[in-house]
Design a protein around this ligand. Structure first.
Ligand code: SF4
Ligand code: SF4
Length: 119
């Protein structure tokens, strides 16, 4: 399985990491694109310090106990998600229904793609 994030859409909520049973995700510093753009996402989904404006408008003022768009992760949220261990994915789809930014992409061995649907 390949797992990558459309990073301009990622709020850093950390829901993906919290629900994944096989540790596919890490939250890394937004200030370091070279360390973030390592999960095989297409070029247009790489992190270039450009938060997508509709996601920013929707989440920047939401107070739900998670840091949205913070530079660094504090152990609960913040930073930006990276699919560092896609090979371990068992396609439980837990992350896909928890992703605020609707930005997780999972590609199986038959090239079938599964995308986030936040509910
Ligand atoms: S679908 Fe894969 S990446 Fe997402 S939570 Fe389940 S095992 Fe983790
Ligand atoms: S759940 Fe989605 S928006 Fe939240 S940190 Fe993970 S990839 Fe980013």
């Amino acid at each position: 399985m390949k797992v990558y994030i459309n990073k301009p859409l990622c709020t850093g909520c950390q829901h993906c990491k919290d629900v994944c049973p096989v540790a596919v995700f890490e939250l890394r510093d937004r200030s370091d694109p070279a360390n973030v753009n390592v999960d095989g996402a297409p070029a247009e989904m790489e992190w270039k310090h450009d938060i997508e404006k509709n996601v920013l408008a929707k989440w920047k003022d939401v107070q739900d106990g998670h840091n949205h768009f913070a530079e660094k992760n504090d152990g609960t949220s913040g930073g930006i998600s990276v699919g560092v261990n896609g090979e371990a994915c068992i396609l439980c789809q837990a992350c896909l229904i928890q992703c605020e930014g609707e930005c997780i992409h999972i590609i199986d061995d038959n090239e079938t793609e599964y995308k986030s649907i936040y509910s």
